[in-house]
Design a protein around this ligand. Structure first.
Ligand SMILES: Nc1ncnc2c1ncn2[C@@H]1O[C@H](COP(=O)(O)OP(=O)(O)OP(=O)(O)O)[C@@H](O)[C@H]1O
Ligand SMILES: Nc1ncnc2c1ncn2[C@@H]1O[C@H](COP(=O)(O)OP(=O)(O)OP(=O)(O)O)[C@@H](O)[C@H]1O
Ligand SMILES: [Mg+2]
Ligand SMILES: [Mg+2]
Lengths: 226, 226
């Protein structure tokens, strides 16, 4: 489903060059559950943004379901993102003026789902992350972990085949974190493909396999013993 | 140093009432290192904001160094915050148009520190969290864990006697997280008072004692065995 060939990302800031990614070769088959681990600043989110078609590499090529992504128009990319990918961002990216329910409804609006079905589907997604009693709250009226769970509900509500989750349990206590992992494992058993960034080795051990990134390069790949 | 008596916080949203805090009684002596643990949504950040003089309780009273905080003017409160408290926010709250260095210089500007000394002090604070090579980057040009470390450097740069840290290691890999805890323990051994919110029991075990919050109430208090 995902194939990256020699992906590099270079940032240039007033004379300083940051090689955020250097020649990443990565394959994710349909139905895989892969974790990406590595130190702070090693390039995990940068890699995720490229895989999620939110950013373009400086070099190398990225095939998503066989399509060479760099050859697609912006409209086609946005369409692919909406249909194929559910994204949990490291800093949530919720819309501050919308309620939790309205934030979760957004992906369904893009898919043209009608009002009533949309509200029920969004409500059910919020209940699945334990926030059925917070649907009217806006992001500033929610705790950090609650905002994170709204972001998770929004990523999953459209039932996307590919889920990209950047640190989805960073702000959660161990019980809420377990509930999120149980939810992801259930989706995996239903055939979804999941790529998860995490700092937590306990979390990585609940996926199928992991790659370790260091200074923009993949330095290790391991299958998680079942 | 901190004494709360029966602190309560009630949010009212269109007919729904959220009792975020219910009768919190808490004492923190000068030089203590206390952790606050509890599930997502239990009231930890709300408590921290009240202790940090950023929010007012709906009921109850809060004494900081013997002053009844609710009787102080806004100016006096801001003055106290700048002189006494270093705050690491759960969502960092960095100024997006300032560089990492400029963000860390802010508390020193409020203290009237001159330009040259200010830059050197801020640079040293950033080096202490491993970001000496990122000082010119703006928040959007930093990774999640790097933004968190800038927030930590900013909280510590003015050498405040009271440090309030809300999930300071949530976005950090275990090595960067250890470096931050080593830094906090060094400050504690120098006489600083530290209150730390964390979901991570490993982190709480590195402080002196912890209180557990559940649904807005303190349900457990324990000294960490040395
Ligand atoms: N827009 C940008 N301009 C310049 N440098 C950038 C930019 N965005 C990211 N970087 C740098 O690229 C490197 C990789 O960043 P990235 O966000 O991918 O790290 P990460 O592995 O997700 O880290 P964390 O675990 O802290 O979230 C970092 O060193 C960061 O400073
Ligand atoms: N402005 C607000 N209006 C209404 N309810 C609020 C507001 N701010 C917070 N809350 C509610 O108060 C409760 C406590 O929030 P708080 O942010 O203190 O939790 P927390 O323990 O820090 O959680 P986390 O571990 O997820 O960060 C939550 O249930 C939240 O929904
Ligand atoms: Mg990241
Ligand atoms: Mg919080």
């Amino acid at each position: 489903m995902i194939l990256t060939e020699n992906i590099s990302k270079l940032y240039k800031l007033e004379g300083v060059e940051v090689h955020a990614l250097r020649g990443i070769n990565m394959t994710v088959a349909k139905g895989d559950f892969l974790s990406v681990i590595g130190p702070s600043g090693s390039g995990k989110s940068t890699l995720m943004n490229i895989i999620g078609c939110l950013d373009t590499p400086t070099a190398g090529c990225y095939l998503l379901n066989g399509h060479e992504v760099s050859s697609l128009s912006d409209n086609r990319l946005a369409e692919i993102r909406n249909q194929l990918i559910g994204f949990v961002f490291q800093s949530f990216n919720l819309l501050p003026r919308l309620s939790a329910l309205e934030n979760v409804e957004l992906p369904l609006i893009y898919r043209g789902m009608g009002g009533r079905e949309r509200q029920e589907t969004a409500l059910s997604a919020l209940e699945n992350v334990g926030l059925g009693d917070r649907i009217g709250h806006r992001p500033t009226q929610l705790s950090g972990g609650q905002q994170q769970r709204v972001a998770i509900a929004r990523a999953l509500v459209g039932n996307p085949p590919l889920i990209l989750a950047d640190e989805p349990t960073g702000n959660l206590d161990s019980t809420s974190g377990k509930e999120v992992m149980t939810l992801l494992q259930k989706l995996h058993s239903e055939g979804k493909t999941i790529v998860l960034i995490t700092h937590d080795m306990d979390i990585a051990m609940q996926s199928q396999r992991y790659v370790r990134i260091h200074d923009g390069e993949i330095v290790e790949e391991k299958v998680v013993p079942s």
